[in-house]
Ligand binder design. Structure first.
Ligand code: RFL
Ligand code: PHB
Length: 389
């Protein structure tokens, strides 16, 4: 098989990149380890920044998002048991964000790729990248029991944190930090609260989020060695309520969970994001803890920079944006890695935390609550930086 760009991984990064390149007349082939149904069953991100929404719209996959997504500007932070304030990214950053699940984004992308006839090899095993620094790198995999070879001009690793593409880069610098807790998340078919609410509590972090008017998403911080079997629905709801101000908890409509999972928290950056004709994008190159809602948005910003570089390369023979891809993408990555780490540190209960650490977190939250300038800084980062031109 011969193509111009071979993409490993059909999550949001690989799917959106494939769509944008195809729309620009560039041939792509995508290789995905899982089945389509499996990818569509993963419950992940829920918050899309403006830049993400605009890029999805420009790719022609904004219609359902515009019709069904819930537009917000305000987000709550609860702390000190009964205190709560709302920061407004509309007021301070002139921006808004949309609650629309990653699952729905993925569904929209697969439908658009199908309609465009872009080839995606689902359930492809043993994907490997060869000769990344050569003029003709290639990907091999096993698909439908057959050995497949895809010859390309560029290969893009969009294969998430556990994928093989970053291992094809020698001397890759890896920066990593793990956190001593996880997030237990549930979905329930109940009406969500109007606003997202993040909570700092002596019992641990909690988050109230949403997917649509009849689908809520909630999280509580839990020990890393807990399993979902340790958490009955009753235990989850009572722990969530115990971490929120009473008047917020009173508004929550509880119901049976329809999904329950535990995710570890990690900060990770791989540098550089290019090795010859192999490029990395999305979770393949970086992971952030979900506290700042940045992971999917960063994957999309990588795709913005990389698609621009590839389009200029194929249309004009101009490699400026391909050559600056890694540096430009990494500037945004590091800003989000820092923000996500900071918000995680501010809102979670650490195992060795003492009373003074708790009070220091609360004092910082009080500073944000009462200082316009501190709130503006939070809002600017939560809203997301604009893409660099
Ligand atoms: P993905 O989604 O992991 O997709 C990678 C794809 O590559 C495939 N793959 C392979 N394919 C072929 N061969 C191989 N050997 C392969 N190995 C792997 C995988 O099957 C998969 O389909 O990475 P991508 O595309 O970079 O997208 C990144 C996002 O998924 C991720 O950053 C976000 O979900 C993170 N995240 C959030 N991000 C936000 O922007 N806002 C949020 O509100 C938010 N909340 C979250 C989150 C992630 C969470 N979890 C579970 C990690 C909440 C949670 C709980
Ligand atoms: C979600 O809705 O899943 C969500 C929202 C905000 C976050 C993380 C996850 O910071």
């Amino acid at each position: 098989m011969q193509t111009q760009v071979a993409i490993v991984g059909a999550g949001p990064a690989g799917s959106l990149l494939a769509l944008l390149l195809h729309q620009a007349g560039i041939e792509v082939v995508v290789v995905e380890r899982q089945s389509r149904d499996y990818v569509l069953s993963r419950i992940r991100a829920g918050v899309l920044e403006n830049g993400t929404v605009e890029l999805l719209r420009s790719a022609g996959v904004g219609a359902r998002l515009d019709a069904e997504g819930h537009v917000h500007t305000e987000t709550g932070i609860a702390y000190r048991a009964e205190e709560i304030f709302y920061f407004d990214i509309g007021k301070y950053a002139g921006s808004q964000f949309v609650s629309y699940g990653q699952t729905e984004v993925q569904k929209d992308l697969y439908e658009a790729l199908d309609a465009a006839g872009v080839p995606i090899l689902f359930e492809a095993d043993d994907a490997a990248i060869h000769e990344p620094t050569g003029e003709h790198p290639y990907v091999t995999c096993v698909h439908g029991g057959e050995q497949v070879r895809i010859d390309a001009n560029q290969v893009v690793g969009c294969d998430g944190f556990h994928g093989p593409s970053k291992d094809a880069i020698p001397h890759l610098r890896r920066y990593e930090k793990t956190y001593p807790f996880g997030w237990l998340g549930i979905l329930s078919e109940t009406p969500p609260l109007e606003h997202l609410i993040y909570a700092n509590s002596e019992r641990g972090f909690a988050l109230c989020s949403q997917r649509n008017p009849m689908l809520s998403r909630y999280y509580v911080q839990c020990p890393l060695d807990d399993t979902v079997d340790d958490w009955s629905d009753d235990r989850f709801w009572s722990e969530l309520m115990a971490r929120l101000p009473q008047h917020v908890g009173d508004e929550i409509v509880t119901g049976p969970s329809i999904e329950k999972s535990i995710a570890p928290l990690r900060s990770f950056v791989a540098e550089p994001m290019r090795h010859g004709n192999l490029f990395l994008a999305g979770d393949a190159a970086h992971i952030v803890p979900p506290t700042g809602a940045k992971g999917l948005n960063l994957a999309v910003s990588d795709v913005f920079y990389l698609s621009r570089g590839l389009v200029r390369h194929y249309h004009d023979g101009d490699d400026h944006y391909l050559d600056t891809y890694s540096d430009m993408a990494l500037r945004r990555v590091w800003a989000s890695v820092r923000f996500s780490w900071w918000l995680t540190s501010l809102l979670h209960r650490f195992p060795d935390q003492t009373e003074i650490d708790q009070r220091l977190q609360e004092a910082e939250l009080a500073l944000i609550q009462t200082s316009d300038r501190a709130q503006a800084l939070l809002c600017e980062q939560y809203a997301g930086m604009p893409f660099e031109s």
